[in-house]
Design a binder for this molecule. Structure first.
Ligand SMILES: [Zn+2]
Length: 419
C-alpha cells in the first residue's frame, strides 16, 4: 500500500498501534465517497473509471486495470479495480472450488461447461467467464436474462456436463429437466450470487441425482466461502481476514449469527479493503469439518440484513421476519419461481408457473408463516407472471425490501443480492 494515500495516512498510524478489531469499519458509501483518496495509484479517478465503464474502450483502464462494478441496486454502485496480479489471483481463487468439488487427479479434459450469468461487461461473472472460457475450458456462455425457452434450446444443443449459474435460473432449469423439455446430463452444478434454498437443492437431486456446490462471494472478494466434498462451506481465509460481527461491530462467537461481516482482503494494493463491511447474516460453525481443512466453516448465510422485513406485530410494535421464514413458506409449493416484495400496503408476491390452486396455497402458507412469527395478517397482492423480472445483473432476488423513496416521489431500484 502506498503510505501517502491521504485516506490511509491516519489509518496507517492506527494500524501500527492497535489490533485490527480497533480499526474503523469501511462501508461501501465511504469507499465510494473517498474513492480517489483510497486508491493507491494517484492517476486513478472515480469519474474517469466510471466513464470507462460507460463507454468501454481499451481492454484495461489506464492500460493496467480491470474495472468491475456492482449493479448498484442497493444504494450506491460500487466500483472495483484490479491490477494484473490482483486479477490473476482473483481468477485463480474462483477456480479453486472446482478442484474442491472434484478431488483426486485432475482430469485431462476439462468438462464441457455452460455458464449462465450476467452478460454486462462491468459485471464480475461476465469478466470471470470470459477469462476462464479463454484459458481453461470450452464453455457456452448465456445471458441469465434470456427467455427460459431459449436457454433450454441452447443447453440441449450444447449438452454441458458442468453448469454454473444463479439459483433462480437453476430452479427453473431443474423444473424443465424434470418436465422432460430439458434433457442434459449434468455431473457438476455450481451456484453463487443468490440465496440457495433447500428446495432448489432437492429439485436438482431429483433432476440429475447430484449435489449442488454453492459458493458465497462478492465482487469485492470471491469466493468468500465455498463448499468442500462434505457439503460444508469453508471461508477462504488464506486470501482475507473475515470477521463476523454484530450490528455494533463487535465480534460474534461461533454458533451465533452475526449482523454483518468485515473483510480485510490480503494482497489487494490498488484499492485496499480493510474491515470492509458486507451486510450478510452469517453464522460460524462450532464443529470442525471432517475434511480437515483449517478454514472455519459457516453454517448459514441467511441473506442480507436488508432482507429482514418488519411487519406490525399482533401485540403492538413490529416483528422482524428473517428471509429463511419466506423460504420455508415456499418450500414444496409447485411454482417455477417466486419473489416477495414489501410495499407500504403489504406484500407483492410474484409467482411464475403457478395455477389458481397453487396461488391460493401460497397465500395460505405465507399468512401461516407470518402469523407464527407474531405478525398481524398482511395484505397480499399475488401476481402470476410468465418470467421473473431480473435486474441489471441478471439476478432475480427472492426478497425485495421496501423501496427507499427518492424525494421526487418515483420509486427507487429494487434491492437485489450484491454482485
Ligand atoms: Zn470441509
Amino acid at each position: 500500500m502506498r503510505a501517502h494515500s491521504p485516506f490511509y495516512r491516519d489509518f496507517h498510524r492506527g494500524l501500527e498501534q492497535h489490533p485490527l478489531s480497533a480499526l474503523p469499519i469501511l462501508t461501501k458509501s465511504q469507499l465510494m465517497e473517498r474513492f480517489d483518496d483510497v486508491v493507491t495509484d494517484r492517476r486513478i479517478r472515480l469519474a474517469k473509471a466510471e466513464a470507462y465503464l460507460r463507454n468501454g474502450g481499451p481492454a484495461r483502464y489506464l492500460d493496467r486495470y480491470v474495472v468491475l462494478a456492482t449493479s448498484g441496486s442497493t444504494g450506491r454502485r460500487g466500483v472495483f479495480l484490479f491490477n494484473d496480479r490482483e486479477w490473476i489471483r482473483a481468477i485463480a481463487a474462483i477456480t479453486r472450488p472446482i478442484a474442491w468439488a472434484t478431488p483426486g487427479s485432475p482430469r485431462r479434459r476439462p468438462p464441457r461447461a455452460a455458464l449462465i450469468a450476467a452478460s454486462a461487461p462491468w459485471h464480475y461473472s461476465a469478466r470471470v467467464g470470459q477469462a476462464l472460457a479463454n484459458r481453461v475450458a470450452p464453455a457456452l456462455r448465456l445471458d441469465a436474462g434470456a427467455p427460459l425457452a431459449e436457454l433450454v434450446d441452447r443447453l440441449n444443443e450444447w449438452r454441458p456436463e458442468a453448469l454454473a449459474t444463479y439459483p433462480s435460473v437453476l430452479r427453473q432449469l431443474a423444473a424443465e429437466q424434470n418436465a422432460g423439455r430439458l434433457a442434459i446430463r449434468l455431473r457438476n452444478v455450481a451456484t453463487s450470487a443468490e440465496m440457495l434454498t433447500a428446495e432448489v437443492r432437492s429439485l436438482v437431486r431429483q433432476a440429475w441425482s447430484i449435489e449442488i456446490q454453492d459458493t458465497y462471494g462478492a465482487t469485492e472478494y470471491a469466493p468468500i466461502a465455498s463448499e468442500c466434498g462434505h457439503g460444508r462451506k469453508h471461508l477462504f481465509e488464506n486470501g482475507a481476514i473475515v470477521e463476523v460481527v454484530d450490528d455494533r461491530g463487535q465480534a460474534v462467537p461461533a454458533g451465533e449469527q452475526g449482523a454483518r461481516i468485515l473483510l480485510t482482503v490480503l494482497g489487494r494494493f490498488t484499492q485496499p479493503l480493510i474491515r470492509y463491511e458486507l451486510s450478510d447474516l452469517v453464522r460460524v460453525s462450532q464443529e470442525p469439518c471432517p475434511c480437515g481443512r483449517p478454514y472455519r466453516v459457516i453454517e448459514a448465510i441467511d441473506g442480507r440484513e436488508e432482507d429482514i422485513l418488519s411487519f406490525p406485530a399482533r401485540g403492538g410494535g413490529t416483528v422482524a421476519v428473517h428471509p429463511n421464514h419466506f423460504h420455508d413458506a415456499f418450500e414444496g409449493v409447485a411454482v417455477a419461481a417466486w419473489q416477495v416484495e414489501q410495499l407500504d400496503s403489504g406484500l407483492a408476491v410474484r409467482l411464475a408457473g403457478a395455477d389458481a390452486v397453487v396461488t391460493a396455497r401460497v397465500a395460505d402458507s405465507l399468512q401461516r408463516v407470518l402469523a407464527a412469527q407474531g405478525a398481524l395478517p398482511v395484505a397480499l397482492a399475488i401476481e402470476r407472471v410468465a418470467e421473473m423480472p431480473r435486474g441489471a445483473s441478471g439476478k432475480a432476488p427472492l426478497i425485495v425490501a421496501r423501496r427507499a423513496r427518492p424525494a421526487d416521489g418515483t420509486s427507487g431500484a429494487p434491492a437485489a443480492p450484491r454482485g
